[in-house]
Ligand binder design. Sequence first.
Ligand code: APR
Length: 240
Amino acid sequence: MPPRDAPRIVILTGAGISKESGLHTFRDADGIWASVRLEDVATPEAFVRDPETVHGFYNARREGLLDPAIQPNAAHEALARLEQAWPTEVLLVTQNIDDLHERAGSQRLLHMHGELCKARCTFCGATHDWREEMTLESQCPACGRRGGLRVDVVWFGEMPYHMDEIYQALTDCDLFLSIGTSGNVYPAAGFVQEARVAGAHCVELNLEPSEGASLFTEHHHGPASDVVPRYIDRLLAELP
Ligand code: APR
């Protein structure tokens, strides 16, 4: 049971929360890494070696995300409801680069792996909303130069965003929820350890036990659009 005053909550989400919205995960049998090598499209070295292939990979994913058929699901919506109704801090940290949490209404949200619909200029460092195709000819809206734009996502070997803020929140949290992530990729996979050290109650909500399942105190296994709303509604019902 959470402490008498409403617990401070940190939530981590991964690709599994967006699966029922129609987006692929990475390590499921039909996942993204089953059809393309991450070394070819998701490292700084790949971008230097073959920028067209990297642009093509993210252009296809961006086009897929912008398909009107892709909408937030009941799990995204439940997390937005929780943020609205909860009397203390709820921080949502996502590994996902899609914008489904925003579209569901979540605001206190950190994209630790960046965002598919953002561009970053490697010449001037400016970042921009970017919802169209990106090529070597694309022009930076800030400095006007071409050939230096990249998708603003964190590739393997790069430092995730917002880490100081995330670790501070984990240190202070009373309840840690991990949703739709396999627990394969650090530093996100280590967040449950930080939360445990802080004395937080740690809950895994995932289709199946993740790599780190044994580190969680409570588990709800099943599709996110089923288990997440059920869990959130129960949490909200316990509010004084
Ligand atoms: N509901 C809930 N969980 C689901 C569902 C679903 N409908 N479908 C799949 N899952 C679970 C899978 O069982 C798996 O544990 O979601 C998890 C997805 O794991 P991954 O594919 O490894 O995705 P993720 O954990 O987000 O990957 C982390 O790895 O490749 C990098 O940068 C990429 O952010 C990504 C990171």
